[in-house]
Design a protein around this ligand. Sequence first.
Ligand code: ATP
Ligand code: MG
Length: 449
Amino acid sequence: MTTVPIAVRSFIHLGAMAEGLESSLLASGWQRIPVATLAHVSAALRKAGSRVALVDLGDGDATRLRDVAALISRHTDVEWLAQVAPAALDGAALREVIYSSFFDFCTAPLDVERLRAALGHAWGMSELGPRVDAKSQAGLGLGGMVGESPAIRTLLTQLRKLAPIDVPILITGESGTGKEIAARNLHALSPRKDAPFIAINCGGLSEKLVPSELFGHERGAFTGATARKIGRIEAAAGGTVFLDEIGDLPLDAQANLLRFLQEGTIERVGSHVSIKVDARVIAATHVDLERAVAEDRFRQDLYYRLNVLRLRMPPLRERDSDVEHLARYFLDRYARELGIRIRGYSLAALRALSAHPWPGNVRELMNRVRRAVVLCEGGLIRPADLELDGEREDARMLSLDEARAHAERETIVRCLQETRFNVSECARRLQVSRVTLYRLCKKLEVSLG
Ligand SMILES: Nc1ncnc2c1ncn2[C@@H]1O[C@H](COP(=O)(O)OP(=O)(O)OP(=O)(O)O)[C@@H](O)[C@H]1O
Ligand SMILES: [Mg+2]
């Protein structure tokens, strides 16, 4: 009688196996779960919760290879082993599929020692590999906002607090830091969540179109106005209107928006009837609105109205520890979306990611990863795939100066957030003068709001 060890590991097998071989494997703790056809593999993986599969590629028939590659791309968390006839290894297509999609291969007739070793390695890798998913999930905060750095944690706490308060919110932050995704989360966490969320890019509208887009128009209000049109603010009734790039709003429209914020009413272009609209305003800007006010490009009274509550999106360089989380999250997402099987990042790629200064923030990271997923060969993303190979690849040990700057930046950013960007209070807590704090912020590229 065969003694079965307690810790049995299972693998899915599509193909034939000699009985003797199967019982030898079982004796060493490997349970074979046979499946009859390729179409049954997904269900079997799910049912058994197994993360290792052995597939007989037969003689390397092109259709079968294509189907196998498609199946593998849908299960990026499984380690795949190929079973092949030695003669079939001469086929270019089969070699290509094995190289790009499989963890390892064994030639027929299967040798028990070789197979046991391959299964063991594949199992070990599967234990490591799927952490890609688990890691990105762990860092998944609110509605699709990934990150675990102190800066993003503070932001998410503020976001949760501000969401239910029914007053305008101003979101500031550099391009690509996540202003829109934050606005969507504010809406989703507010009592207005079941009503519309309407986003308007104020910078993307021509000056002439702005009033009609925002407030709507009556039929005949201007040449071409052949029918009444409901504006975006009215369309957001009961919900939230997101005014992106508010700094680009022309001055006339600023006056109308101010009236809406003060009185809760709008007038469609071509009409003098005031219509009550209940919509919460969330505005976003990547420009310094205070400077725009000082330069008379933005109304001060509107600025005060909008700036009741402020949410500042930290740039990626202030959230170093999030870069890897985000990179893994995007890799997982695009590999899945594009049906491409990718094992992960090379060590050099991870170093290059953390050394890059990310001027384009999360959007830049997202775009680099998407491109890398498409360009990558052999399942491992390298610095060149991310177009980061020209950078400090030897980067690793930080110099003392770099480490100090790092620590200073983190401390200042956290304190600024805790004091809601009150520079005097922040300077007091950090026991430096305001002037020193300003100087440090400039040197360390920390923005003050
Ligand atoms: N923390 C995050 N986790 C996951 N994805 C994020 C995160 N922050 C931003 N993104 C993604 O990055 C992209 C850029 O974010 P978003 O459009 O919200 O930025 P933005 O500040 O509005 O940029 P811009 O100023 O250029 O309009 C989006 O696709 C968004 O989903
Ligand atoms: Mg945006």
